[in-house]
Design a binder for this molecule. Structure first.
Ligand code: BTN
Length: 246
């Protein structure tokens, strides 16, 4: 299989703390080719958004990271989240599983979390010269801690090998990465909005003070969530500012 930008240099690990950290450290020693992929059968210290831990059952799920050198402006960093979310979303849709992207990049199926994305960028001046895209997707795990409100491909009724899902996502990641490199930003945004949870709908949110209702307008170029409040004012939210209540 050939790719537009990626070279499939696949490093398969049995056990690791975090594939993102492993790839970061490896790349600090020896620069890896664009598209180098690290996957682990058992990730024991997976990193999640906002300092959370990403829990995953050994041998059942997908945990991997890909290093890329996009050389895009830092202000366009959010488009890396968009391409990763779309790659997962398209892979699920090929399996007839309809998923939504909860901003910034939680992947939901029937309002349960099936996957998450953690992107760690290295900046040089105003440019992102290295981006490690880490993706966790629940594939064949069937039992989850009830507090997690999680699901998996298996629990959505489909049986598939972890490796097969990985190949699919990797191919789509290369595809969407190409749109980004070609500055096809408008198209990426359109795709993202098609799958954005609560887009053009009124949802319930919570900030540090209270719960409130707002219409989801979209995402700004720097990745802030744009909400229209019921008094018609606009609010731009950072990841730490708001929680979705659903
Ligand atoms: C989240 O939803 O909080 C993001 C979770 C990201 C988890 C993936 S699993 C592979 C990669 N390595 C990590 O340590 N984290 C990401």
């Amino acid at each position: 299989m050939t790719f537009k930008h990626f070279t499939l240099n696949h490093i398969k690990l049995d056990q690791i703390g975090s594939t993102n950290s492993y790839l970061h450290d490896l790349n600090s020693n020896t620069k890896q080719v664009n598209g180098t992929l690290v996957s682990a059968k058992n990730q024991i210290l997976g990193k999640g958004q906002t300092g959370n831990i990403w829990h995953t059952e050994k041998d059942k799920n997908l945990t991997f990271s890909v290093v890329t050198y996009p050389n895009i402006k830092f202000k366009h960093a959010f488009y890396l989240n968009i391409i990763a979310s779309l790659a997962v979303n398209k892979t699920l849709s090929d399996l007839s599983i309809s998923s939504k992207i909860k901003w910034p990049n939680d992947i939901l199926v029937n309002q349960k979390k099936i996957g998450g994305i953690l992107i760690e960028n290295q900046i040089n001046g105003e440019t992102i010269n290295q981006s490690i895209i880490g993706i966790g997707l629940n594939v064949n795990q069937s039992i989850f801690n009830s507090g997690l409100n999680a699901t998996s491909i298996l629990n959505e009724g489909k049986k598939i090998e972890v490796e097969e899902v990985l190949n699919q996502i990797y191919g789509y990641l290369d595809f969407y990465y190409n749109l980004l490199i070609e500055s096809n930003i408008k198209l990426l945004r359109q795709h993202y909005y098609t799958h954005l949870f609560w887009h053009n709908q009124i949802g319930t949110f919570k900030d540090e003070h209270s719960e409130f209702k707002a219409l989801v307008i979209g995402i700004t170029d720097i990745g802030l969530l744009e909400l229209r409040l019921l008094d018609n004012s606009t609010r731009y939210c950072d990841l730490k500012d708001v929680q979705f209540i659903y």
